[in-house]
Design a binder for this molecule. Structure first.
Ligand SMILES: Cc1ncc(COP(=O)(O)O)c(C=O)c1O
Length: 428
């Protein structure tokens, strides 16, 4: 579909790009400094979790379920913290290890485990010629960074409206033994906001990998992060695996980073009992035990899944108007021009925006000149290499509503100008 600028005659296009340039110049003259780059909760959201800090005092009992949180012990985490995270993920607490304050850290550790020790006795990846990971794209840049850091070849797989392109996933996973993993954010995916369909989850659970040490890295970072009462339903992949009796396929991750305090909450990994035993071969070398005091604060504050869900409803009150403003501003500014498409997620932290081919780097650079920092163009693709140079990740959570509105006005104006410029250049 041609953009509206491509359908204009030369004179009209010249007039229009001049007008669009004037709009951008006027915005630049405002001297804005706005940041819509990273998916951080706003101060108003984080403040909602301050009462978590009040649940422990020097007078508090630090013993929980017979475990002394103030001392070494319970390397898999406080039993009550394992129960809480198991309730959140709807898995068996015995299949959960709670450790550390960052799920990304656990993902890094598991890739490290595969490299140094090997998955379940398989040859350590450090001894293999090539190791590949599938990277649904657009996707989460820090996932791609972990595997890139270890020298893994990151292979992009297109995201669709129902999850990754499963025909391609099945073909690559089932025929190529060097494919050892796939990064997935199955609910409110970063950045598209897509929740994987039941069929996608069933196809993941039904994979017959060519490599015995292949695992799905199922990062359920946004498991309780719906914006509306009607939450997206994600089929529980471990339930599907249990039906088929094949549970050694998935490592599931989550954390409270966007529930309470980013980087200062609790994180967990869920896996089959045999996979957990395998993981312990590395994790029990790495540490004596993890931070059980923070775990205790979380379980004293959150009595169970319902309490987490109630807390997240308060978060959603703050976040929902921002997502609705994104949808409104983009619709008002760009609908009908055929210059961009974008997602309208019902949860998570991001909106995925696509401009015309060859536009993303220019839009991001132009926005920066006008005073708006966006996530770098290409960040949503492995190696920063978006083949169409079209995708931009919008992170609406951190700015205030007013700042967000201004930043979106800039994005809209720059998208239109770049689309006009591209149409003009194609004729020159
Ligand atoms: C999909 C996804 N996973 C993990 C993280 C980071 O989580 P943590 O703070 O638990 O390392 C983020 C943060 O934006 C994310 O979007």
């Amino acid at each position: 579909m041609p953009t509206c600028y491509e359908t204009m005659d030369d004179a009209a296009l010249a007039r229009e790009t001049e007008r669009l340039q004037a709009d951008v110049d006027a915005l630049a003259a405002q001297g804005l400094t706005l940041d819509m780059a990273r998916g951080k909760p706003s101060p108003a959201q984080v403040d909602l979790s301050r009462p978590v800090l009040d649940v422990l005092t020097s007078e508090s009992s630090l013993t929980d379920d017979g475990v002394d949180a103030a001392n070494y012990g319970a390397p898999d985490g406080l039993p009550s913290a394992r129960r809480l995270m198991a309730e959140v993920l709807e898995v068996d607490p015995a299949h959960v290890i709670v450790a550390g304050s960052s799920s990304l850290n656990l993902m890094y550790d598991l890739v490290g485990h595969a490299f140094t020790r090997g998955v379940r006795g398989a040859t350590p990846w450090s001894e293999l010629g090539e190791v590949k990971f599938l990277c649904p794209a657009p996707g989460y840049d820090r996932h791609f960074a972990v595997t890139e850091h270890f020298g893994v070849t990151n292979v992009p797989v297109p995201m669709t409206e129902t999850g990754p392109d499963m025909d391609l996933v099945e073909r690559l996973v089932e025929t190529d033994p060097t494919v050892k993993g796939i990064w997935c954010v199955p609910k409110y995916q970063n950045p598209t906001g897509v929740t994987f369909s039941d069929e996608t989850v069933r196809r993941f659970a039904g994979l017959r990998p060519a490599a015995e040490d292949f695992r799905i890295y199922w990062d359920n970072a946004y498991v309780v992060h719906g914006l509306y009462d009607q939450d997206d339903e994600l089929l529980n992949i471990f339930d599907v695996l249990a039906e088929t009796g094949r549970e050694d396929l998935v490592y599931e991750f989550a954390s409270t980073s966007k529930v309470t305090f980013p980087g200062s909450g609790i994180a967990c990994v869920a896996a089959s009992p045999k996979d957990l035993d395998d993981i312990r071969l590395s994790s029990n070398i790495q540490r004596v035990c993890s931070d059980k005091i923070t775990q205790l604060m979380h379980v004293r504050y959150f009595s169970g899944r319902e309490a987490v869900v109630d807390h997240m409803a308060l978060m959603a009150e703050v976040l929902r108007p921002k997502f609705e403003l994104v949808e409104q501003k983009l619709t008002d500014g760009l609908a009908g021009l055929d210059v961009a498409t974008w997602t309208n997620p019902r949860g998570g932290y991001f909106v995925s925006f696509d401009g015309p081919d060859g536009s993303a780097k220019r839009i991001v650079a132009m926005c920066r000149e006008v005073g708006v920092t966006l996530t770098g163009a290409g960040a949503t693709w492995p190696y920063g290499d978006d083949p169409r140079d079209s995708n931009i990740r919008i992170a609406p959570s951190y700015p205030t509503l007013e700042e967000l509105g201004q930043a979106l006005d800039v994005l809209v104006a720059c998208t239109k100008l770049v689309a006009g410029q591209l149409a003009a250049e194609a004729r020159a």
